[in-house]
Design a protein around this ligand. Structure first.
Ligand SMILES: Nc1nc2c(c(=O)[nH]1)N[C@H]1C(S)=C(S)[C@@H](COP(=O)(O)OP(=O)(O)OC[C@H]3O[C@@H](n4cnc5c(=O)[nH]c(N)nc54)[C@H](O)[C@@H]3O)O[C@H]1N2
Ligand SMILES: Nc1nc2c(c(=O)[nH]1)N[C@H]1C(S)=C(S)[C@@H](COP(=O)(O)OP(=O)(O)OC[C@H]3O[C@@H](n4cnc5c(=O)[nH]c(N)nc54)[C@H](O)[C@@H]3O)O[C@H]1N2
Ligand code: SF4
Ligand SMILES: [Mo]
Length: 859
């Protein structure tokens, strides 16, 4: 089997992968991001490559169409809107999951040819505050850090980052470095205790948005204790005095930490030269996200701890090409190549290079405003590519309505059914990972190739090609006459060279003569060059800027603060990761982490459902009672959509509150109320066929034998058979059932010939039976009565929810091994093999051991 060298399509770590057409996936030992390591999501990529559910042909108004008709429809709708209402009446909403080549042509088409800056991206929900903070401090959006710095640091501060789940290979690299150098310190700053906290020496549980109070406190401590780098400040930084004065006005206790915790942190930071501060969405996704970024940068600038090995601020990117999108300028407030729309010289240089008829003179609509523009009727034609805004934007139901309000909507996706695709007039089938060629830039500015190792399925085409086809039909054939992604890449590199006269950081000259086919992972500007090593920044005076920042007023506590984020084994709206049975088995339902005292106040017991109510919508999710979340705070994952759940998409609850500087939504601090969901019945179904997510509460997940679903409702269905037939495809199957006398209990089994194809269990209380055992019965010739008994036979111990996704090891198996004396992660690995493949579950193994030592849930 030939293996192709490519790059993982998930997170911004950008791991190298060797992939084969038979689904073989191996970590690339030669890739400098991962040196052969992979996490659970990367390892399971082979299970996501099947064509089930794929969009294989264009669709116009819900019917299969040919490419000519579909592309004509898009070009015509856009051209007509521009003719009748001007260029600002159209918009593209794109994604950090597009490849650089796709991004480059989309940006070129919108800004240089349509003449509007209405192209924004899901990076607005992700990296916008970091971009804005970098620009304010450095004069440009430069990420100075490298992964190597993490391994050479003496102190790593993880702020608002669940690295163990979201950048698992970086987490593994830090864990390995710490094992070699036990003196290395790791501090985790997060209102919630996470899997990442297990790696940390100290978890600082700040209040939500307590970061500024904390870092202002640190700055003022550094100033008070003679720990500033006066020389560095004099030569390379402006704004120090007013910034320090402002910081001294604040009260670090507003961070929610005790005096002792503060002092310990301040002293450790102050005396440790090599500090890397890693930050992510707990910083960016906030009403004061940009200010949080600058509060962190202020401390690094004040001590000159930047531009040197083993130290510096490090904003880790989420998506595989979040960085590439920033580089090409695919955001509504950027031009191209890190240049500014407002600068006439920049505009002229870009327009000249593109030889384009026009160039926008003002910024376009940022994501949240863009969808407001759709709701208001300002946007007449919208094209969404490689993102699922009807799920991922705040006020998701309002956004879905806004999209429906646009007269013409095109969606490019790889899947036939997504919550956003369901609203499109034209669906354009894109080739997905493994089928397309291009480049991505990871968190440390390293550009790597994604290479195809599978044929394009059906009629799918690469995104860059679809965009160029539309551009040609709109009259700009010559400017979009690219034959291959290598041609697009070459033009992009040339465009960066043509605009280098402005002395910006984006120097891609190392790629000028690159052989695209053989391109090896390469950092810009050069593998051995460190940004800011010479103390030169990109403001006109060559200095960096410290910015006076004030902390937000402490929050009122009348409602719950709903924090949202990610699970270890799912990727965003689950269109790909949701296909892998072993990933679905980790956490199979949408849930809310709730503190035991809050649960008690709401009379919520384990396994109950909780209804969350926000200003614009509500959601129903399973209770996960835990002290990991603080009292008054809740946490819910962002992954569930209308496709797999009936009430689990959490952004329905969110108000579109944004950071005023960056326009990034504050996804971590939604204001909600909560109550017990008064279910009168609960159900659990397994089937070899897809199950529909119908009813007041439903959550469907893949299993290794098909699908499973959890159900609950406010009104008990009149007939369990009727309900089973609504949600499962059991036409033509024989049915066996056991019903309770009052109709409140039901157990139904459906056989196709001898084979069990579906089972439904229902009862007035949460259904307690071994899920993994029920799953194992599907497709077997188990007799109905045995299937309906629902208990795991003595010869079939129930392994419980999967913790180790690679080797399929469940929580019950692990608990037994811990009870039998396996009291360390290594011992547990030796006893059960858990954690011995990719290692992504090691933090959870550690947590499990800790939990069993000291019961976590207070009674
Ligand atoms: N498994 C998995 N990995 C992923 C992704 C995925 O979908 N699944 N997505 C990728 C993408 S696009 C992104 S952007 C990254 C995101 O990666 P992360 O930012 O690490 O992940 P999140 O879970 O969004 O949030 C991180 C943490 O911020 C904390 N937090 C909330 N409020 C605050 C606060 O006020 N201050 C501080 N200091 N912390 C706070 C949350 O409790 C949470 O633990 O992950 C990437 N990796
Ligand atoms: N509440 C809450 N909301 C959040 C966040 C949060 O922490 N909390 N995080 C935010 C962040 S950081 C992010 S990055 C966003 C992510 O949110 P989205 O970008 O909306 O989520 P994805 O599921 O990654 O959507 C990608 C889509 O592109 C499709 N796709 C995959 N490959 C290709 C391809 O090659 N071509 C095309 N055309 N399509 C493809 C997929 O099938 C899928 O439909 O969510 C944001 N929303
Ligand atoms: S850490 Fe995991 S998800 Fe991220 S790039 Fe590496 S293998 Fe992919
Ligand atoms: Mo993201």
């Amino acid at each position: 089997m030939t293996l192709t060298r490519t790059t993982c399509p998930y997170c911004g770590v950008g791991c190298g992968i060797l992939a084969g057409a038979d689904g073989t996936i191996k970590g690339d030992t030669e890739h400098p991001a991962n040196f052969g390591r992979l996490c659970s999501k990367g390892t399971a990529l082979g299970e996501t490559l099947d064509l089930q559910g794929r969009l294989l042909a264009p669709q116009v108004n819900g019917c299969d169409a040919n490419w000519t008709d579909a592309l004509d429809a898009v070009a015509q709708a856009f051209s007509t809107a521009i003719r009748d209402h001007g260029p600002d009446s159209v918009a593209f909403y794109v994604s950090g999951q597009l490849l650089t080549e796709d991004y480059y042509v989309a940006n070129k088409l919108m800004k240089g040819f349509i003449g509007s800056a209405n192209i924004d991206t899901n990076s607005r929900l992700c990296m916008a505050s970091s971009v804005a903070g970098h620009k304010r401090a450095f004069g440009t959006d430069t990420v100075p850090g490298t992964y190597d710095d993490l391994e050479h640091a003496e102190l790593i501060v993880l702020v608002g980052s669940n690295l163990a789940w979201c950048h698992p290979v970086l987490h593994q690299r830090i864990a390995a470095a710490k094992a070699l150098r036990p003196d290395m310190r790791v501090i985790n700053i997060d209102p919630r205790k996470t899997a990442t906290s297990a790696l940390a020496d100290t978890h600082l549980r700040i209040v939500p948005d307590g970061d500024i109070a904390l870092f202002n406190g640190l700055l003022s401590h550094l100033a008070q204790n003679g720990a500033l780098n006066e020389r560095y400040l004099r030569d390379h930084v402006s704004g120090a005095a007013p910034t320090i004065a402002q910081a001294q006005q604040g009260n670090p206790r507003d961070s929610g930490l005790s005096q002792a915790e503060l002092l310990e942190f301040f002293n450790l930071w102050s005396r440790t030269e090599k500090v890397v501060t890693v930050y992510s969405q707990g910083v960016n996704q906030s009403e004061c996200g940009t200010d949080k970024v600058n509060a962190i940068l202020n401390c690094h600038l004040a001590t000159g701890r930047i531009g040197k090995p083993g130290c510096g601020p490090f904003s880790v990117t989420g998506q595989p090409n979040a960085m590439g999108g920033r580089e090409v300028g695919g955001m509504a407030n950027m031009l191209a190549n890190h240049l500014d729309i407002e600068n006439p010289e920049h505009r002229e240089a870009v327009q000249t290079f593109w030889n384009s008829p026009t160039i926008p003179t003002h910024q376009g609509l940022k994501a949240v405003d863009l969808f407001k523009g759709c709701a208001d009727g300002k946007i007449k034609a919208l094209w969404i590519m490689s993102t699922n805004p009807a799920v991922s934007l705040p006020d998701a139901d309002g956004v879905a309505k806004a999209i429906s309000n646009v007269p013409f909507v095109a969606v490019s996706d790889i899947m036939a059914r997504t919550d956003t695709g369901d609203l499109a007039d034209v669906l354009l089938p894109a080739t997905g990972w493994g089928e397309k060629d291009g480049t991505v830039t990871n968190s440390e500015r390293r550009i790597s190739r994604q290479r195809a190792f599978l044929p394009a399925p059906g009629e799918a085409r690469p995104d860059w090609q679809i965009i160029c086809e539309v551009a040609a039909r709109m009259g700009w054939k010559d400017a979009f006459n690219f034959a291959t992604p290598a041609d697009v890449f070459a033009e992009y590199i040339a465009s960066a060279a043509a605009t280098m006269t402005f002395g910006r950081d984006l120097d891609l000259s190392i790629f000028a003569d690159a052989d695209y086919a053989k391109l090896v992972p390469t950092q810009w500007p050069r593998n051995d060059m460190r940004f800011f090593a010479d103390g030169k920044f990109y403001h006109p005076d060559g200095k960096a800027r410290m910015l006076p920042i004030s902390a937000p007023a402490p929050r009122t506590k009348d409602v719950f603060t709903l924090n949202t984020g990610r699970n270890r084994d799912q990727w965003h709206t689950m269109t790909r990761s949701g296909k892998a049975p072993r990933l679905g088995a980790h956490l199979a339902e949408p849930y809310v982490e709730i503190h035991p005292k809050d649960a008690a106040d709401l009379s919520v017991s384990p396994d109950d459902l909780v209804e969350l109510l926000g200003p614009n919508g509500k959601s129903v999710v399973r209770a996960l009672i835990t002290e990991r979340t603080a009292k008054g705070q809740l946490f819910t994952p962002m992954h569930w959509t209308r496709q797999q759940s009936s009430a689990g998409w959490v952004n329905a609850l969110a108000a579109p509150v944004v950071d005023p500087v960056s326009g990034q939504p504050a996804s971590k601090t939604n204001k909600v109320t909560a109550r017990k969901f008064a279910a009168t019945w609960f159900g659990y179904a397994v089937s070899s066929m897809p199950i529909r997510a119908d009813g007041d509460y439903a959550a469907v997940a893949r299993t290794r034998t098909g699908w499973q679903a959890e159900f609950a409702g406010l009104h008990t269905p009149e007939s369990w058979e009727g309900f089973a037939r609504t949600v499962m495809d059991v036409e033509g199957c024989t049915m066996s059932q056991v019903l309770g006398r009052d109709g409140r209990y039901g157990r139904l089994a459906f056989h196709d010939g001898d084979h069990l194809t579906g089972v439904l269990f229902s009862s007035p209380s949460p259904v307690s039976l071994s899920r993994s055992y029920a799953v194992s019965l599907i497709g077997t010739s188990v007799p109905a009565l045995r299937a309906l008994a629902g208990r795991s036979g003595a010869d079939q111990p129930d392994p419980g929810a999967t913790i180790c996704a690679c080797l399929n090891i469940g929580v019950n198996t692990l608990r037994s091994a811990i009870s039998a004396g396996a009291n360390s992660v290594d011992a547990l690995g030796a006893a059960t093999c858990a954690g011995t493949n990719c290692g992504s579950c090691k933090p959870e193994l550690a947590r499990l051991i800790e939990d069993m030592r000291q019961p976590e849930i207070a009674q």
